[in-house]
Design a protein around this ligand. Structure first.
Ligand code: QAP
Ligand code: CO
Length: 168
């Protein structure tokens, strides 16, 4: 297992469209495990491969209080979504220190492969539905800051760029 480095907004690599996994193998299973380890260490509730600069369609999440319910979604697809929306204050390990309200469908049905490469479908509600939609966005090069006002997004970008310069 390994901790992976997380890309931070506005890194252009976060805009990459991830490619589907064609075949489950040890390398993909290792990626799943490393994503979970990196997410738990952060700590976070969701992490997409895009965020660690691996442009494959893999995401992990765990919204339980005690890190007891790891979920792996490979090649995830939303096959149904509710008309009703809910609003969450979203954050992102790639946008550290910033949280903004985002509206998304309140429940979704997601079809994906698990860590063993088996297909499954899951109905998700509440925070888990929001989290998986947020992570699928990453696989498509999209960030939660794309849903907020350009003024707020620019302010976040400027603050993070300043931090990155200091660190470099
Ligand atoms: C996505 O985000 C999410 O700013 C997962 O300083 C978040 O795990 C979906 C984190 C909220 C729905 C609601 C963020 C950790 C973790 C930070 C995360 C930070 C440290 C974010
Ligand atoms: Co995120």
């Amino acid at each position: 297992m390994a901790l992976l480095d997380i890309l931070e907004f506005p890194d252009p690599r976060l805009r990459t469209q991830a490619k589907p996994i064609e075949q489950m193998d040890d390398e993909v299973r290792r990626l799943c495990d490393d994503l979970l380890e990196t997410m738990y260490e952060a700590p976070g509730i969701g992490l997409a491969a895009t965020q660690v600069n691996v442009h494959r369609r893999v995401l992990v999440c765990d919204v339980s209080e005690d890190q007891s319910q790891p979920l792996v979604f490979i090649n995830p697809e939303i096959v149904e979504q509710s008309a009703d929306e809910s609003t969450y204050d979203e954050g992102c390990l790639s946008v550290p220190g910033f949280y903004e309200s985002v509206d998304r469908p309140d429940s979704v049905v997601v079809r994906a492969l698990n860590r063993e490469g088996e297909a499954f479908e899951m109905q998700l509600d509440g925070l888990l539905a929001t989290c998986v939609q947020h992570e699928i966005d990453h696989l498509n090069g999209k960030l939660f800051v794309d849903y907020i006002s350009p003024v707020k997004r620019q302010r976040i970008r400027a603050k993070l760029e300043k931090q990155h310069k200091k660190r470099a």
